[in-house]
Design a protein around this ligand. Structure first.
Ligand code: PLP
Ligand code: COI
Length: 342
């Protein structure tokens, strides 16, 4: 297998397709065709009635394959679907579908020790013929997989971000749902940040533009000088499964104080370390943040350019995902132990 780097699409042999018609889910198929055929009147195309999920399959040292907290992705997809008036799968059906696709493309799961993994992308689209702004009558649920490496930078490398004046979501909009429209809104600010030499932009809260919300397509965390793990609390950020896992590990394994609370962009001095976290981003340490005309540099010592606690959290999280460290109850689902169909 050639080495896997970056976060790029590749056409894997088989994907899961299931249609919702006449008020019910139809039997699923594994298809070798990576093209979807949709009506020109699909609500996903006109009105953005769609949402998606992302999780990963990890090769363990003994060759088995781990899924990390797929029940959480299943529940978040149910919440996104409910917000966008779409039907959803049960948690068990979602996990069985992920397992089926991973099994079907098993040889693509990168080898243990490479740091790469198999990204699992699930999506739900409103399809059929609908002209008015209303929920579709028909839907397609699809899962495809791609071997991936790092999203921002290889391994655990600190990178820099800048804030943007644009919002990705409204205060009581769809920010907490994994809706494609939020990402369409992020394309221009992302391009601007890249153009200025940053990895991505940081979104501030849409109401006051004073508090950190998201780091591109990842959540934010900071570690204070008193070793408190802090992450923003807001109704318009995506509830990151990685973030909630880190909150748990920081408190219960590292014994840190933890808080979900406001993180003011003008008070970055309260943090000695900061990072972006997410399935794709894993843990990406933040080197600096440009806000207006002020560049805030996080001060790590030369011996620990990454930040000691950020490094510990990274080792813990990835150790659990790749099966080297015992997980909290229920966090790892072994692909080999789940029936592929309900
Ligand atoms: N925030 C946004 C906007 C995202 O797209 C993602 C990716 O899923 C995250 C945060 C991180 O969420 P998770 O840890 O569940 O992948
Ligand atoms: C993920 O981390 O799974 C995401 O969905 C981020 C992606 C939009 C790049």
């Amino acid at each position: 297998m050639k080495s896997v780097t970056g976060f790029v699409y590749s056409n894997s042999p088989l994907r899961y397709l299931q249609y919702f018609k006449d008020g019910a889910w139809q039997p699923s198929v594994l298809s070798d065709n990576n093209q979807l055929t949709l009506s020109e009147a699909a609500t996903a195309l006109h009105y953005g009635q769609q949402c998606f999920e992302g999780l990963k399959a990890y090769r363990a040292a003994d060759g088995t394959i781990n899924l990390f907290r797929p029940d959480q992705n299943a529940q978040r997809m149910q919440a996104s679907c409910a917000r966008l008036l779409m039907p959803s799968l049960t948690v068990d059906a979602f996990i069985a579908a992920c397992v089926q696709v991973v099994h079907a493309n098993e040889s693509l799961v990168p080898a243990y020790g490479t740091g790469a993994s198999l990204y699992i992308r699930a999506l739900m689209l409103g399809i059929g013929d609908t002209l008015a702004v209303k929920a579709a009558d028909e839907y397609v649920f699809c899962i495809f997989v791609c071997p991936v490496g790092s999203y921002f930078e290889d391994g655990i490398t600190a990178v820099s971000f800048c804030t943007t004046n644009f919002d990705r979501a409204a205060p009581v909009g769809t920010g907490a749902a994994k809706a494609g429209g939020n990402y369409a809104a992020s394309l221009l600010p992302n391009k601007q940040a890249l153009g200025q030499g940053f990895k991505d932009c940081i979104y501030l809260d849409p109401q006051t533009h004073t508090k950190i919300e998201e780091v591109g397509a990842a959540n934010f965390f900071g570690i204070t000088h008193h070793n408190e793990f802090v992450t923003p609390k807001s109704a318009s950020i995506l509830p990151s499964i990685t973030k909630y896992s880190l909150l748990y590990l920081a408190e219960h394994v590292l014994g840190l104080a933890v808080a979900e609370r406001d993180c003011f962009i003008d008070n970055l001095d309260e943090f000695k370390e900061a990072g972006a976290c997410g399935t794709a981003a894993v843990i990406t340490p933040i080197k600096s943040i440009l806000h207006e005309d002020k560049l805030h540099q996080f001060k790590h010592s030369n011996e620990h350019p990454i930040g000691e606690l950020t490094q510990k959290l990274y080792t813990l999280l990835t150790g659990i995902q790749f099966g080297d460290i015992n997980p909290p109850q229920g966090w790892i689902v072994k692909v080999e132990q789940v029936p592929q169909a309900l």
